[in-house]
Design a protein around this ligand. Structure first.
Ligand code: NAP
Length: 326
């Protein structure tokens, strides 16, 4: 058996290489990867801005979907032939990948493997940041910035099913229309009039309990202004900039919580707990067709660079995935 994988030769050159697939250790499965999700972190890793943890594969790719083909000891809960999607510690841009069995989800019959590849990273990120850190509860209001993103397109659906009123932002009328179709209660175009004025006019300023923010930069003060008293603002990305000037008095006045996290920085226990919660609270919605991953496009594994360029160009709504069946 051979593994084909994508190697970073340089930031502008990816090479297809082959080797022997890794063997699953205790508590791990070997997956015959059909599709791998493409994430912003992969683009950063390619250009050397996302250091790979010492115990992770240097191959790009943080999520996969496929079938189990071998078990390490203690992973027999998912036997060969089972369709799974998984969060992986790198190594997703390949025909074979190792995953911890407790980082896998059994893929419901109604979901294709291409759709399943779009699930693990977004499910985990939204659950941990919106539900665990953001403490979103039913009947509260959430603002999910970046509604067109892989994270946002799933986050809107999840927050609605948690019983929240869901507001979102997107760039331009076309993206706003596509994002509205995902079920958000209100969509605001961040490229049109100032967002604060738009959201004030809609009556939500000062009334938003949880904000999931991937923009950072000048959106940070905007978020503080939009939050309700005791509101939680969770930063997961910095598409508008790493630095922000904020008025700290807004935090004092409204007792706001400003926090954030990275998926790779989450502790093992936190990840396992998030998977347990997702199986319990979200998998039924996926199996029942109430959460639908949004796939914008798929690329052959060997065209991973084209997928990266497409993500950089930012015309997509939903996820980009690689077809790893070479
Ligand atoms: N911390 C974590 O654990 C974690 C995990 C996963 C992802 N992330 C981060 O979450 C973000 C989304 O990831 P993804 O993989 O879903 O990427 P993606 O699909 O490429 O989405 C990028 C999003 O950023 C928005 N955006 C881009 N430039 C913007 C700007 N100047 N102002 C406001 N919004 C802007 C885009 O909105 P339009 O398309 O509407 O312009 C789009 O919704 C990335 O920043 C990623 O690094 C963090």
């Amino acid at each position: 058996m051979q593994r084909t994988y994508i190697d970073i030769e340089s930031p502008e050159s990816l090479r297809v290489r082959t080797d022997t697939p890794p063997q699953p250790g205790p508590g791990e499965v070997l997956i015959d990867v059909h599709y791998a999700g493409v994430n912003r972190a992969d683009l950063l890793q390619r250009v050397g801005l996302y250091p790979v943890p010492a115990d992770a594969s240097p191959i790009m790719g943080l999520e996969v979907a496929g079938t189990v083909i071998a078990n390490g000891t203690g992973s027999e809960g998912l036997l060969p032939g089972r369709r799974v999607c998984a969060l992986v510690a790198g190594g997703g841009y390949a025909t074979h990948a190792i995953a911890r069995v407790d980082h896998c989800l059994a893929v419901p019959d109604n979901i294709s493997l291409v759709e399943a590849a779009a699930l693990p990273e977004a499910l985990l990120t939204v659950w941990h940041n919106v539900v665990v850190l953001g403490q979103l509860r039913a009947d509260q209001t959430a603002l999910i910035h970046g509604g067109s993103s892989g994270i946002g397109s799933l986050g809107i659906q999840m927050a609605k099913l948690l019983g929240a009123k869901v507001l979102t932002t997107a760039g331009g009328p076309d993206k706003c229309a596509k994002v509205a179709a995902l079920g958000a209660d209100a969509v605001f175009d961040y490229r049109a009039d100032p967002l604060l004025a738009q959201i004030e006019a809609a009556g939500y300023a000062g009334a938003i309990d949880v904000i999931l923010d991937m923009a950072g930069g000048d959106f940070t003060q905007l978020n503080l202004d939009l939050a309700a008293p005791d509101g939680r603002i969770v930063c997961i990305g910095m598409m508008r900039g790493l630095k922000a000037e904020i008025n700290l008095f807004t935090i004092l006045q409204k007792r706001l919580h400003l926090t954030g996290s990275t998926l790779r920085g989450m502790g093992l226990d936190e990840k396992v707990a998030a998977f347990v919660a997702i199986r319990q609270h979200m998998l039924g919605y996926i199996a029942g067709g109430r959460i639908k991953p949004v796939i914008h496009a798929q690329f052959p594994l060997e065209d991973a660079m084209a997928a990266h360029h497409a993500m950089q160009a930012g015309a997509h709504v939903g996820k980009l995935v690689l077809n790893c069946q070479v």
